[in-house]
Design a binder for this molecule. Sequence first.
Ligand code: GN1
Ligand code: MG
Length: 339
Amino acid sequence: MESIFNKYGWDVLAYTQLHQGLINNTFMVVTSQGEFIVQAVNHQIFKDPKAIDDNINHISSYFKKRYPDYLFTHLVPTSNGATLVEWEGKYYRAFHKIEGYALAALENEQQAYEAANQFGLFTSQLKGYNIGSLKITLPDFHNLLLRYQQFLNAIQNGNAARINESKEAIAYLQNQSKIATQYERFIGHKEVSLRVTHHDTKISNVLFKKEHNGLEKAICVIDLDTVMPGYFISDIGDMCRTCLCAVSEEEANLDLIQVDAKKWEAIQKGYMNHMQTELSNFEHDHLFFGGTFMIYMQALRFLTDYLNNDTYYGAKYEGQNYVRALNQIRLLEVYQKLA
Ligand code: GN1
Ligand code: MG
């Protein structure tokens, strides 16, 4: 890591690895010039780190010009002015550390409101941004038809013992395949638009801060690797997936997976502060569908990865992706009862 830090000309006092996110490796670096976040981009998954770097830099310039007060994770350049560093076949970038904290799960509906308000603000402020200039950092990332196909392939060609163990989960997800058909109809509708979409609006991708008066405010969104043209159901949907339940996707005790209708109201209210005038009536009628779509897709992705021997998400313990898949399946069941 020292070789990377040197490129920034920092005088490093200490650094620690943060256990955030499932894909990239993240470090907090304390220097005499300030605190920074350094990330190694997982380029097994993000095959074109330069595309991410370009997107973040362009969006960064857009915000600096149009909304200079907007709190954004601007990239920090090295002494040579580069915002992406290639070192021994790996790619790194740095951000200024923003004072705030992330949550793995929510305690109250005010937090859900705050998070949704920030994600709505992000998309609505970028409505003047030319989406055609955004690079595709992960092709077909939220293409549910493809995710379903990958799941079908895993059932055919995956780990036989795991397929056998997952019979019930597989049957449940196959039974719900109408969600993929609904998705196909949704994206084909003439009143549905592509917008600048974050595509990873899980609750841990919002930073919170306690104000002097004790109120907890969401202050900004982070993790812009998957900002691409997309559909709003991805963003509202991942908020539903991660904000409505008091436990995270890692929870193994399925009895703890309940959804809170008040948090769902709060998400809509927060998101609609900025998106009310942006969405068509047809899109508006699909807010709830966003959650169905994202929870289903995440259940498919976790189970697919389990059947494929954890090659995408990895696993810290045997069966972790199976636990996550069962968690998301239970979440989908209880979420659908909210309708
Ligand atoms: C991954 O790495 P992280 O935590 O930002 C994944 C998301 C999933 C999420 C589930 C590029 O996000 O799509 O929703 O895990 N990102 C990628 O926790 O696959
Ligand atoms: Mg992410």
